[in-house]
Design a protein. Structure first.
Length: 119
C-alpha cells in the first residue's frame, strides 16, 4: 500500500522560508514523476510543481516560479519543496503525489502539511 506523508509545514512570516518533505513508501519511488499541489481554505486544489523521475526536469506554476524549489532523493524515497519569499497567498495545505505523463495523480492523498504565512 502506497503511503505519502508530508511534513515541515508551520507558521511563518511573509518573506520567510520553509522546507517541506514528503516520505513515500510502498512504491518504487524513482520510477515515478512526483509533484506538489496545494489547497487554500475555500479553494480548489491547485498544481504547484512537479519533478521528473531522475530529478533532471522540473515544472512550476507561474505563481511560485523563482520562489519555490522542488527536489528529490531517490535513495531515501524523499521529495522536498523549498519555499522562499513566502506570501500570505501561499497559505494552504500542501500535498505530494506521484504523477503520470499527463499530470494525473496516481495514489491516494496523504494528510498534507499546513503552511500558514502571516502578513
Amino acid at each position: 500500500q502506497v503511503q505519502l506523508v508530508e511534513s515541515g509545514g508551520g507558521l511563518v512570516q511573509a518573506g520567510g522560508s520553509l522546507r517541506l518533505s514528503c516520505a513515500a513508501s510502498g512504491l518504487t519511488f524513482g520510477a515515478y514523476a512526483m509533484g506538489w499541489v496545494r489547497q487554500a481554505p475555500g479553494k480548489e486544489r491547485e498544481f504547484v510543481t512537479a519533478i521528473s523521475r531522475s530529478g533532471g526536469s522540473t515544472l512550476y506554476a507561474r505563481s511560485v516560479k523563482g520562489r519555490f524549489t522542488i527536489s528529490r532523493d531517490n535513495a531515501k524515497n524523499l521529495l522536498y519543496l523549498q519555499l522562499s519569499s513566502l506570501k500570505p497567498d501561499d497559505t494552504a495545505v500542501y500535498y505530494c503525489n506521484a504523477r503520470d505523463y499527463e499530470g494525473n495523480v496516481l495514489f491516494a492523498w496523504g494528510q498534507g502539511t499546513l503552511v500558514t504565512v502571516s502578513s
